[in-house]
Design a protein around this ligand. Structure first.
Ligand code: ATP
Ligand SMILES: Nc1nc2c(ncn2[C@@H]2O[C@H](COP(=O)(O)O)[C@@H](O)[C@H]2O)c(=O)[nH]1
Length: 178
């Protein structure tokens, strides 16, 4: 599970992990698509009244929008792949870790605040959106790594971050189980 504040690079690193054979679980949200985002690829974009809580393993409200991971998405992915990744907020990651402690790893990514702003600007977010996201991050303490994190990593260069994650996963896979 990739966790970190807005603009820390979860989506970008996630693309790179997919290319390395660790595909992404597509989650569902009631927020509107950003430019270039596609339904069924980036998210399942839905209206609030289309969501049935029983279909979800976990759901959260982030910045006034609902996000969640469906049981079906996990079931279908794990029929095909032994390892997958997903980008979740802190609440989602904690809930998943509690429910599936042996099967999940939390990778917390961060960048300095100034870099977050720069990257969101480059991504094309409006000044208002950036300011909302930064305020939200600060109010919810999103910049602070969560205690449950298995790996905490500053996302300086994408290549370095991806290599570190792959190395970490390899180490964990070869570590003897208790
Ligand atoms: N290591 C990096 N160096 C430079 N730019 C980066 C790096 N990682 C990501 N970016 C850029 O930063 C911007 C934000 O990255 P991204 O959308 O992946 O963040 P995110 O954590 O998924 O954010 P959100 O939670 O808001 O969806 C993008 O424009 C991306 O290309
Ligand atoms: N708990 C969950 N968090 C999710 C899910 N899908 C995405 N996210 C996280 O929400 C925020 C905002 O995402 P954005 O794409 O609107 O910037 C970010 O932290 C995502 O990782 C989910 O299904 N459950």
């Amino acid at each position: 599970m990739l966790v970190g504040p807005s603009g820390s690079g979860k989506t970008t690193v996630g693309y790179a992990l997919s290319e390395k054979g660790i595909p992404k679980l597509v989650t569902t949200t009631t927020r509107k698509p950003r430019e270039g985002e596609r339904d069924g690829v980036d998210y399942y974009f839905r209206e609030p009244d289309e969501l049935n809580p029983d279909d979800f393993i976990e759901q959260t409200v982030y910045n006034q929008r609902i996000y969640g991971l469906t049981k079906n998405e996990v079931k279908h992915a794990l029929e095909k792949y032994d390892k997958v990744h997903v980008s979740l907020d802190k609440n989602g990651a904690k809930a998943m870790k509690q429910a599936y402690p042996e099967e999940t790893l939390i990778i917390f990514m961060y960048v300095p605040l100034s870099e977050m702003v720069k990257r969101m600007t480059e991504r094309g977010d409006s000044e208002q959106k950036i300011s909302e996201r930064i305020d939200f991050s600060q109010e919810t303490n999103e910049l602070k790594p969560i205690e449950e994190a298995d790996l905490i990593i500053e996302n300086r260069s994408i290549e370095e971050t991806v290599d570190t994650i792959l190395y970490f996963l390899k180490q964990r896979a070869s570590a003897p189980t208790e």
